[in-house]
Design a binder for this molecule. Structure first.
Ligand code: KG4
Ligand code: ZN
Length: 343
């Protein structure tokens, strides 16, 4: 049994996609430092993340990012109780950089090594922004690669109630943004354009998955948006990008919020959280908050910096792994297809 009377300080490392990040977090909730080196400017040139470039940039940046996170935290290496790292899911070459770095540090410094699930990290971001939050709650995880509806029964206990049947929510944002010429990364750009638009200007479909009340589908919506753009171009009509963005966002948000609330109601859970890059979306945050308020439920979302990829969330999730006694060996490997709840 791990002694919980003592503060546990963890260095977290994240390199699963296009952010090289390191953070120092105490007891899973108090952030001493949170350093993120984004590669977005470079990948933007190619219109999306190029895995080979991502791996190379992680190699170049990871030592400097960790050094800065340690300097800002001011704990010194003696003050670090464990080294945590994202082990999956993600791009294998990108993950391997963080995993190798964490193994080298743990070995050289004689510290415990803890491999963390990236999605569990996104969920844990809520513990940083809401220090009093405890399971059980329902969490909608919406990122570039994942759309999961998870019933969080305990800090390490997840039931996957629903998921996307096709594209992830963030991927849909990115594809629509590209189609209307807003560029990459699409989510924040659609969010910004939508603020000037009318969400009722265009009626886009809301995908339902028959007999699966908590699952999502975005392919019909994506096709409807692309058809709308093609039709307008064929007729020589100009597209109002703000109206399109706002209407598209309303459709996505309606689908996400309705399933999440349905899940919480049916499971008899009064707390709802959102996590992942798309949880930074202002319309989604507002809509989820309003739907929860209407039903007297509590609604939680992380501060924007903890919604998109960061290492503080990895150090937070690792704290609960540490308490449960998880210690990884030098055989820890990158797991690009890790499923939620896999240990
Ligand atoms: O969680 P994340 O940083 O990386 C993954 O684990 O995938 O999520 C990135 C995704 C991208 O698809 C990006 O377009 C989306 O999150 N995103 C947003 C917003 N900010 C980031 N989507 C909608 N609105 C936003 N404000
Ligand atoms: Zn992520």
């Amino acid at each position: 049994m791990t002694d919980t009377s003592k503060d546990i300080t963890i260095l977290g490392i994240e390199s699963s996609c296009d952010e090289t990040a390191a953070a120092v977090v105490v007891n899973g909730r108090k952030v001493l430092s949170n350093v993120i080196s984004s590669q977005i400017d470079i990948h933007t040139v190619y219109g999306g993340v190029v895995p080979e470039i991502a791996s190379r940039l992680h190699c170049e940046n990871i030592n400097g990012v960790i050094r800065l996170a340690m300097k800002e935290a001011g704990t010194g290496w003696d003050g670090i109780d464990a080294i945590a790292v994202t082990r999956g899911p993600g791009l294998v070459g990108a993950l391997l950089v963080g995993v190798s770095e964490a193994k080298a540090l743990a070995y050289a410094l004689h510290k415990p090594l803890i491999g963390v699930h990236h999605i569990e990290g996104h969920i844990a971001a809520n513990y940083i922004s809401h220090p009093a939050l405890e399971p059980p709650y329902v969490c909608l995880v919406v990122s570039g690669g994942h759309t999961h509806l998870a019933v969080v029964r305990g800090y390490r206990e997840f039931e996957l109630a629903g998921r996307t049947m096709d594209d992830a929510a963030g991927e849909t944002f990115d594809k629509v943004a590209r189609a209307v010429g807003l560029g990459y990364p699409g989510g924040p750009k659609v969010d910004r354009a939508a603020r000037e638009g009318d969400p009722h200007a265009i009626e886009f479909p809301r995908g339902e998955v028959k007999d699966h009340p908590y699952d999502f589908t975005f392919s019909g919506l994506k096709s409807a948006v692309l058809n709308y753009i093609n039709m307008a171009q064929m007729k020589g009509e100009e597209i109002n990008v703000s109206d399109l963005a706002a209407s598209f966002q309303r459709s996505v948000t309606d689908s996400l919020v309705s399933r999440t609330i349905r899940c919480a109601e049916n499971y008899g859970i009064r707390k709802v959280a959102i996590a992942g890059g798309v949880s930074a979306n202002s319309a989604l945050r507002e809509a989820m908050k309003a739907a929860c308020e209407e039903r007297g439920m509590e609604c939680f979302y992380p501060e924007p910096v903890y919604c998109t990829d960061n290492a503080a969330m990895i150090a937070s999730a690792a704290y609960y792994e540490y308490l449960a006694g998880r210690r990884d060996s030098m055989f820890l490997n990158a797991e690009p297809n890790l499923k939620l709840g896999d240990r």
